[in-house]
Design a protein around this ligand. Sequence first.
Ligand code: GAR
Length: 208
Amino acid sequence: MLRIVVCVSGGGTNLQAILDGIDCGRITNTQIIAVISNNAGAKALSRAEGHGIPGILMSPKEYEDREAFNRAFTGKMCELDPDLIVLAGFLVKIPRQMVERFANRIINIHPALIPSFCGVGYYGLKVHEKALERGVKLTGATVHFVNEGMDEGPIIAQKAVAVEEDDTPQQLQRRVMEQAEWILLPQAIDDIANGRIRVVDGKVKKSI
Ligand code: GAR
């Protein structure tokens, strides 16, 4: 059984897709052992509690400085000792020591086709604003492993989504979630839980 911790900052619709995936059997062999949020008001924490999953608040604001937060956050993760950490809209930079400790065991969902519209400053609605500003006709979502870089780890899965001419950032965000994110992330977790994903020379190999 793959024991996962899901980290979320906001609405938690991707967390909901994971919860639904486990409930309906689209994700097998997987148990969420905790949900961590940096935001006390995150709807994700109440979604977790509704499922009897412990919700843990870990905010940088509650620590003297970033280093103290990084130590506490990594310490909490080591205590939970998950097989996989899932960043489902988590807007806090993962401490280097956690990336090292959980190498190839942290995945992230990003709302664009990496390497487009990613890196520092590209998160949430901003990603879709930039895509519309640039006038791309296709965007999408990417699930990838997390390394020391920003949105730079090995890519697990991607799905393209069409941009419509009169899209607002909110409309595009919703379409990318519905057509890509809520499908890709549960699928990637199921693939990892069932041993279908390997990282070879910095690239992901998937077996059927
Ligand atoms: C999602 O669109 C996710 O891809 C994005 O934040 C949103 C969270 O929504 N993540 C990033 O931008 C990471 N760089 P949710 O809380 O409803 O799942």
